[in-house]
Design a binder for this molecule. Structure first.
Ligand SMILES: NC(=O)C1=CN([C@@H]2O[C@H](COP(=O)(O)OP(=O)(O)OC[C@H]3O[C@@H](n4cnc5c(N)ncnc54)[C@H](OP(=O)(O)O)[C@@H]3O)[C@@H](O)[C@H]2O)C=CC1
Ligand SMILES: CC(C)CCC[C@@H](C)[C@H]1CC[C@H]2C3=CC=C4C[C@@H](O)CC[C@]4(C)[C@H]3CC[C@]12C
Length: 479
């Protein structure tokens, strides 16, 4: 890819929606006119959502209550009702909630509390002390460019080797997690709520970058979606990357492995479905750690603020809800034909390949400043200008070729195929097992809309040009 230099003194706000230098000159004249219209705009992206009514804001805060209730329902259904949410609701209607909670509800135990405290501390130590290459994230609305140390893969390997070694030496029961699930679930919730509260108070009392805070005007919404963008302890301990990328994600594969052991201890055989789901989960989690620097350029790190959504979400929702398939299979074996398993597993692998290829294209283009090949050809992109609140002007590349010319979120299509496969492999109609794909579909469709709003506020006319060139949000011809 030839480098496209825009000399500020000649065309201070020009953009290029181009593949080559030839096209660049033509489009930049048009784009510079467009750019002048955005450059004078107030910086609104990543800022207060002052256009929202309080009723709307309150409505969007309801997951603070709904998500823990959903997690509790799934816990109860697995603990006492054959993994059936319908049986659970029938029991609650018949006997009342309190007796159901009394018989099957989570319990705070000292052992589980100690295990969760140890787990969080152990992951914090690995996060802080393990070596790894440094990478910078995306520029924040206030203009900060933060550095992160990428040592997640090492942390994942050390944790799993330690777990296997402790089990091998008979110092730990490999089925420790499902056997202590009622206590662990309660302790994870306490930790998740506790960390969310700490994040909320820290945002007022000791903010890391006060100019990057976002206030909605509704305390509950601020607690839910977060105030600080990148809260840190000291200069280097990034609370968001630690929470999102360590205790929850590493627990995901550990919970799966422990459920395989539990299934084996109870039934004296292994389940092909359980192994295949664990392999898909393992690929997904390992992919995250192998490509950790890519994660710095995703919505979670670059745009989402740090509150209950991420803190409780990663400490409780991920280990308890993202593992529902293996928890179910650990307790209730199912059977499926080899042809079915091979077909569904192949769909999962195809979904993963799409997910990785799309994410990789964007990452390579952004990291190389556009000097990358996409599907064997020089990348096509829009050089989109935006302003930070300090008044400085910056630019980002919006890729428009390869998968990113096919739809604006082809990576979500791959993820949805993979999620479908993770659920279908269990071979049951139990709603609880299918919850993951339903959640992912809602989350990713909502993300498409959210990202659009934010892209428009950040890039203005450049975003409009991008949407004109790549009209489909998710699936060409459908949406
Ligand atoms: N398992 C799970 O629970 C979930 C998994 N995921 C997966 O995580 C991955 C990351 O998801 P997510 O962060 O939502 O989305 P993306 O990785 O697609 O990142 C979106 C950001 O990329 C930038 N961007 C948008 N369009 C372009 C473009 N054409 N060229 C270059 N940059 C662009 C924008 O940021 P900027 O401001 O920098 O321009 C935008 O905010 C996805 O693969 C998704 O499937 C996502 C959610 C949940
Ligand atoms: C409170 C709840 C209703 C919602 C909590 C949601 C969060 C726990 C999740 C939202 C986005 C999720 C993720 C995004 C991208 C990821 C990359 C992928 O490669 C691995 C998984 C993940 C880190 C994933 C983890 C959970 C979320 C943060």
């Amino acid at each position: 890819m030839r480098r496209l230099h825009v000399t500020p003194s000649v065309e201070p706000f020009s953009i290029a929606a181009t593949v080559s230098l030839k096209n660049y000159r033509r489009t930049s004249r048009k784009n510079s006119r467009l750019a002048h219209s955005t450059s004078s705009k107030r910086v609104t992206w990543g800022r207060t959502c002052d256009h929202q009514s309080w009723l709307r804001t309150l409505f969007w805060s309801t997951p603070v209550v709904i998500a823990p209730m959903l997690a509790l329902s799934c816990f109860l259904a697995l603990a006492g009702y054959d993994g059936s949410l319908f049986k659970l609701f029938a029991a609650v209607l018949k006997d009342g909630l309190l007796p159901v909670l009394h018989t099957h509800g989570p319990r705070i135990t000292l052992r589980a509390m100690a295990a969760i405290i140890f787990w969080l501390a152990f992951q914090a130590v690995l996060y802080h002390y393990l070596p790894g290459p440094s990478n910078t994230g995306q520029r924040t609305p206030a203009g900060h460019l933060l550095t992160y140390r990428m040592n997640g893969l090492l942390a994942w390997v050390i944790t799993h080797v330690a777990f296997i070694a402790l089990c091998y030496l008979d110092l730990l029961d490999p089925a420790f997690i499902p056997r202590n699930w009622e206590g662990l679930f309660a302790a994870m919730n306490l930790a998740g709520f506790g960390l969310s509260l700490i994040a909320y108070l820290k945002a007022y009392l000791m903010p890391t970058h006060p100019e990057d805070r976002k206030f909605s005007g509704c305390a509950l919404y601020d607690f839910y979606m977060g105030i600080e963008l990148n809260p840190r302890i000291g200069d280097n301990f990034d609370l968001k990357l630690y929470t999102n990328g360590r205790p929850g994600l590493i627990a995901w594969t550990l919970v799966d492995l422990s459920n395989i052991a539990y299934h084996y201890q109870i039934h004296r055989h292994t389940s092909p479905s359980l192994i295949l789901v664990t392999i898909l989960h393992g690929i997904y989690v390992l992919d995250f750690f192998i490509n950790e620097a890519w994660y710095l350029r995703t919505i979670d790190i670059a745009h989402d603020h740090y509150g209950f959504y991420l803190a409780w979400g990663c400490l409780t929702w991920v280990p308890s809800m993202y593992t529902l398939q293996t928890q179910f299979l650990g307790l209730y074996p199912t059977s499926a034909s080899p042809v079915f398993l091979i077909l569904i597993f192949s769909i999962g692998i195809a979904g993963y390949a799409l997910f990785r290829s799309v994410n990789d294209q964007k990452d390579r283009v952004r990291r190389s400043d556009g000097k990358a090949l996409v599907w064997g050809k020089p990348a096509e992109f829009i050089v989109a200008k935006y302003k930070t609140s300090d008044g400085a002007e910056h630019q980002s590349l919006l890729l428009c070729s390869g998968w990113w010319g096919w739809s604006r979120h082809a990576n979500y299509v791959g993820d949805l195929l993979l999620s479908f496969s993770m659920c279908a492999l269990v071979h049951t109609t139990s709603l609880l097992v299918w919850f993951y794909i339903i959640f992912m579909a809602v989350l990713l469709v909502h993300r498409c809309l959210r990202d659009e709003e934010r892209g428009q506020a950040k890039y203005g006319v450049f975003w409009e040009e991008y949407c004109r060139r790549v009209p489909w949000r998710l699936m060409p011809g459908i949406w």
